[in-house]
Design a binder for this molecule. Sequence first.
Ligand code: NAD
Ligand code: MG
Length: 392
Amino acid sequence: MKGICVLGSTGSIGVSTLDVVGRHPGAYRVVALTANNNLDRLLEQCRAHRPSYTVLLDETKAAEFRHRLIAEGLSGIQVLCGAKALEEVATLPEVDSVMAAIVGAAGLLPTLAAARAGKSVLLANKEALVMSGPLFMQAVVEFGAELLPIDSEHNAIFQCMPAGYHAGRNPPQVRRILLTASGGPFLNKGVDELHEVTPDEACAHPNWVMGRKISVDSATMMNKGLEVIEACLLFNVAPEQVQVVVHPQSVIHSMVDYVDGTVLAQMGNPDMRIPIAHALAWPDRFDSGAEPLDLFAVEQLNFRSPDFERFPNLGLAYEAVRAGGITPAVLNAGNEVAVAAFLAGKIPFTAIPAINEYCMEAIPSRPVDSIEGVLAADTEARAAAEAYIARM
Ligand code: NAD
Ligand code: MG
């Protein structure tokens, strides 16, 4: 039985992961669960999965959680606290696989620690990869980690790669990656209408139920931009080889176009348990709990080209990946600050790409050769974004 640590177990991906794990009692033992503040859900997960460790970020919550575990008769579960503890549980010897499902830059250090400990890293946390880029991919190779993409598009691409493929290798037979995008909730809104949209409207994704940050990213198409960068890193291809294809039904999760003209697609219902089950069972397969795809109900598959004018974040992401160095981390950090401000009702939706562009202009690219350098760029970009918002 393999040991698993779920970083961000109380989030959308964390919950789906435990749902799949729960369907295969002999396959995985849950060693560690980590959360930010949803104690009720974490307690429920402890009852069902009996982990050895849980991690909470703040000491007050950790103390409260210890009492709640004792009251439930679950005093054997250790409650650790703080960011360092995330790295500790991700690198425990009894952990074979780490589900990296913390949202945003906060997931970088524990995800990197898992790679450096040679774990099987199931990567949902795209921000961690976008920020640390080649440094993260080098760590995967150097420490013999296995990197399995969870993002549905990248998992689809991985599944369409040649037999025996491992993330990070350049597949010479591949001409292009066709990265599909639903287009999000505002696919058909005009520029003028976008100014007025609310956080709840932005989070009402037509096909996927996800955390609020990634939902806003889907609405601004920053999510697709981050995924372009993610694809360049995971599959070692040039940005020119990644073509975004708007496909509103979200049935094809992405495609690989080979030099002989063959295009392989991975299809399925939009249910994150499919890529999660794929990575958990890899290189085998097992049940994910997802409904079988009913093509007669789907009826049509449509495709159109992305609109770089209404969704400037997509162009910024291509610029960032071409610039390299700290720039993807700068874009990511600016975007995290902008999305948080939008969700808090402080800025309009259309300010998000404006802030991202400002950060990229204000902080010129420079090479980066250490994680400390990445974190410094992240801090600098957050300060630039905050300053921009303060002036608005
Ligand atoms: P979510 O907001 O639902 O969950 C985030 C998890 O991270 C929660 O468990 C939360 O407690 C934890 N967390 C938040 N801030 C933290 C911090 N500062 N320190 C430690 N833990 C913290 O998010 P989600 O939708 O599950 O997304 C998680 C990641 O997976 C994101 O990077 C997202 O881009 C990626 N992803 C999600 C989906 C999806 O369908 N939800 C699809 C593809 C990729
Ligand atoms: Mg995705």
